[in-house]
Ligand binder design. Structure first.
Ligand code: PEP
Ligand code: MG
Length: 888
């Protein structure tokens, strides 16, 4: 039978020119491609060969390898024998190999490796002679039998390790290698007996049989539980498969002039230049990674083996220059001689990614464009927020939606008043609620983070936390909150008031206890990268902000205007909330007008401050869009408080509250429907906006207001609301004797609005896509309840991403595209933007850029992420970078 594959399946490296290159990762896996490329660079690599990854999916259960593969492997084995001058299974000068996994994308520690393969009762004698070191030879044999038993026969390691420890204790030695040789020999015998007893198979003496067993086991390790889970977690395709590398053994355990280690070419946490890693003298690779021996920092190798160290530094320089990126290298020193066993792109933190990219530009390794293209935009979160130091062990309680990034520790608190009191005293608290409401705002301000059992990515907790720049995890899985009992239960554990918790709002993870945090740092490297990014992008980046403080912070983050000022959020606090509730609960126009009169000066003052903070950049103010349930009092206590504040009876407030309750508040009397039913609300807001604008303009301030009508479904709604706004504008301009240019536009957040965008654009000067509601209404999926079951949809692969986090291009995106096209057909200069949460999500930003939108708008801390994503999108459009690489 001949091979059904058109390309070869086995690729040689380590001598002359390798069969493969770095570009062949899909076939050779990362490790195999790295070994091939290093060979081609003249870097000392132990010779070996790689069996191609596509073979991983051949049916290997029976270990029956097809004859065409057997013959290719055997030919390579002969080539290896010739290259090393050793013989596989040879008694005098035996060739030993390692058998290692290696997929196209690195999956550290997830698959199997076997070292010292080829040893048996005959070849061990050859190794003794070759090394003149019996202890080394038998120690290698013992290790090999243990590894083989675990990987190929799937036996537990514990009985092997237990027996080894007993022997060590009996012999009164602390290191395995110091066991008397006779004892090691006895141990190997015992190990083989364990293999026979536990597996029913004798330990294979024939090296060829050993080799095929190991190859099959490494291929099979692609499908272990942990490997599958890892791929799921990192969104890696199962179809990729692993390659198998068969590499001549070089020994780091031949004495004090030998050793092994791993090192980065730069510090992967900070990006600082210079080798960063660890090593062990007289050891094999597994000793470094297994944690059984205390490793030494790589800098100490300089004193111990200076020549090998300077050679390692030289290799690091060669590899960095060649790959033009930080490398993560594995090496072994055998009797003073350095061998490189692996090189791959070094994983790094956001801090290191930014610093490395900037420094590589100044070193002439990469261009500014490449530097910008290299940084995953979401990694900037690490520079903008504290992050968890993962060096220490963490106790995971549960996971929820990553509703607002950053990490924080604090003690559990279950009500907003207490959170406020403790927070004001400087205590670190985490506010835990079933879900939050405007009533909780004062407590949220004083908390380090917010944790809720319910609510989605656009719930009150999530939106407010993002605005405040505080971490938030929403819809935590399996969390049962007992607010009055001041505790919550999750996974059979109970967390009570005062217990320490750590939240990671970037991953949605909730830990018990107080983890160490790494502080944020917006340093000179960050400023440089952002400067380069700004020069490259076309898409403008605005912010969603409603307080002057947020507006100022957003300017520091580089926001070029406000894309969404949610005016209902301006009433979340204290007296304002009471005035707002008074307005909502008013039973007649008079009552409403009197409440509105209290709201007008508050709004005007806020708008003025925001206009000033934005220094002439556009400020898009959205007219009131409160889902009523967010503002209605929720329980008897709140009703009683409101009745007191409004000087009404409890019965009255209860009755009106009940009359306003809606079955589906998100689809109820909200958005412009409120202004249609109560035009005096629209009039008050328009007055506040134009009075504030005139005040700023009359004092020589620059101001560019945009008035936005929310939740428009039909052009008629827009027309009626626009009429009120225009009339008020004229009135105010007349009164103030000054005219301020402004734009009047609408949110597009209902499918009907998108489908009739051509009609709406006749009246509206701009569209801003409210993708939170547009996703909700396109999918018919409540944005507040989706968090309860969407994780299962993701898990089962029904959807690739949460559509409230990553824009659903195929569905919602199609409506957006249609609306852009229809809108611009009617009004070619129609201004287009997006202000749903997707406006700060890198892939969604690229989508908006592709549609030719003018701007994206997002929460303040996402502004730098959107700036970088917009620059990468511009580069992708120029073909300078691969879009998927930049945003993964
Ligand atoms: C939206 O729906 O996307 C939007 C920005 O409005 P809100 O989240 O306030 O409903
Ligand atoms: Mg909306």
């Amino acid at each position: 039978m001949t091979s059904p594959y058109t390309q070869p399946l086995v690729y040689f490296f380590g001598q002359g020119r390798a069969d493969g290159t770095a570009a062949m990762k899909d076939v050779l896996g990362g490790k195999g491609a790295g070994l091939a490329e290093m060979t081609n660079l003249g870097i000392p690599v132990p010779p070996g060969f790689t069996i191609a990854a596509p073979l991983c999916h051949t049916d290997l259960e029976t270990h029956q390898f097809p004859p065409w593969l057997r013959s290719q492997v055997e030919t390579s084995l002969q080539r290896l024998e010739a290259a090393t001058g050793r013989q596989f299974g040879g008694g005098d000068n035996p060739l030993l190999v390692s058998v290692r996994s290696g997929a196209a994308v690195s999956m550290p520690g997830m698959m199997e490796t076997i070292l010292n393969l080829g040893l048996n009762d005959t070849t061990v004698a050859g190794l003794e002679k070759q090394s003149s070191n019996s202890a080394f030879a038998w120690d290698s044999y013992r290790r090999f039998v243990t590894m083989y038993a675990a990987v190929v026969f799937d036996l537990a390691k514990a009985p092997f390790e237990h027996r080894l420890e007993e022997m060590r204790l009996a012999a009164k030695v602390s290191r395995d290698i110091d066991l008397p040789v006779e004892q090691m020999k006895a141990l190997v015998k015992e190990y083989k007996a364990i293999v026979l007893k536990e597996s029913g198979h004798p330990f294979p003496e024939d090296p060829i049989e050993q080799l095929w067993g190991a190859i099959a086991a490494v291929f099979e390790s692609w499908n272990t539980r942990r490997a599958i889970d890892y791929r799921k977690l990192h969104d890696l395709p199962d179809a990729m498969g692993t390659a198998v590398n068969i590499v001549t053994m070089v020994f780091g355990n031949l004495g004090e002039d030998s050793g092994t280690g791993v090192t980065f070419t730069r510090d992967p946490s900070t990006g600082a230049r210079g080798l960063y890693g660890e090593y062990l003298l007289n050891a094999q690779g597994e000793d470094v990674v297994s944690g059984t021996r205390n490793v030494e920092p790589i800098s100490q190798l300089k004193d111990k083996l200076p020549q090998a160290y300077s050679e390692l530094e030289r290799m690091a320089r060669v590899l960095e220059r060649h790959f033009r990126d930080v490398q993560d290298m594995e090496f072994t020193i055998e009797r003073g001689r350095l061998y490189m066993l692996q090189t791959r792109r070094g994983q790094r933190t956001g801090h290191a990614a930014v610093r490395t990219a900037v420094e590589m530009v100044s070193e002439g390794l990469i261009s500014e464009e490449e530097a910008v293209a290299r940084i995953p935009p979401n990694d900037l979160n690490q520079l903008l927020h504290p992050t968890i130091d993962h060096a220490a062990a963490l106790d995971l309680l549960t996971t929820g939606l990553p509703a607002s990034p950053g990490a924080a520790c604090g003690t559990a608190v279950f009500d907003a008043d207490m959170a406020e009191q403790m927070g004001r005293r400087g205590e670190a608290v985490i506010l835990i609620r079933r879900e939050t409401s405007p009533e909780d705002f004062h407590g949220m301000i004083q908390s380090r983070a917010i944790l809720t059992a319910r609510g989605g990515m656009t719930s009150h907790a999530a939106v407010v936390a993002r605005g405040l720049g505080k971490p938030c995890v929403a819809s935590a899985q399996g969390m049962d909150v007992d607010e009055s009992g001041r505790k919550f239960e999750v996974g059979g554990r109970t967390i009570r008031e005062g217990d320490w918790l750590t939240l990671d709002g970037g991953t949605g993870r909730v830990y018990s206890g107080q983890a160490a945090l790494i502080p944020p740092e917006m340093n000179e490297y960050f400023t440089k990268i952002m400067g380069w990014a700004d020069r490259l992008r076309h898409l403008r980046v605005r912010v969603n902000a409603e307080t002057p403080a947020d507006a100022h912070r957003a300017r520091d983050f580089g926001a070029e205007g406000i894309g969404l000022c949610r005016t209902e959020h301006m009433f979340f606090e204290g007296d304002r909330l009471i005035a707002m509730r008074e307005m909502i609960l008013a039973e007649d126009t008079e009552g409403r007008k009197s409440a509105l009169a209290k709201l007008l000066p508050i709004q005007r003052t806020d708008f003025e401050a925001i206009f000033r903070a934005m220094e002439g950049f556009p400020v898009c103010i959205r007219l009131l869009d409160p889902p009523l349930h967010e503002f209605l009092p929720k329980d008897a206590e709140e009703i009683a408080g409101l009745a007191r504040a409004l000087n009404r009876t409890v019965e009255h407030v209860t009755r009106v509250t009940e009359s306003l309750a809606e079955t589906n508040p998100m689809l109820g009397l909200r958005g412009c429907r409120l202004g249609i039913i109560y035009p005096e609300i629209t009039a008050m807001q328009a007055r506040a906006i134009f009075e504030a604008a005139c005040t700023v303009a009359s004092r020589k301030g620059r101001v560019m207001p945009e008035v936005m009508i929310p939740l428009t479904a039909t052009v008629v709604e827009f027309r009626q609301q626009a009429l009120i706004v225009r009339q008020i504008a004229e009135e105010v301009f007349r009164e103030r004797q000054i005219t301020v240019p402004y734009l009047l536009g609408t949110m597009i957040e209902l499918p009907r609005a998108a489908l009739t965008a051509d009609e709406i654009a006749r009246e509206a000067q701009f569209f801003s896509f409210g993708t939170n509601d547009l996703t909700q209404t396109t999918w018919g999926l409540s944005r507040d309840d989706a968090g309860r079951f969407l994780p299962q949809y993701l898990e089962r692969g029904i959807i690739p991403d949460d559509p409230f986090q990553v824009l659903d291009e195929a569905g919602v995106g199609k409506l957006i595209q249609l609306a852009c096209e229809l809108g611009r057909k009617t009004r070619p200069d129609l201004k287009l933007g997006i202000c749903g949460e997707h406006g700060g999500e890198p892939r969604s930003v690229a989508f908006c850029d592709d549609l030719g939108m003018n701007y994206v708008s997002c929460s303040p801390f996402r502004v730098p992420i959107a700036r970088l994503a917009a620059a990468q999108s511009a580069l992708a459009a120029r073909g300078t970078m691969d879009r998927t690489r930049a945003t993964v």
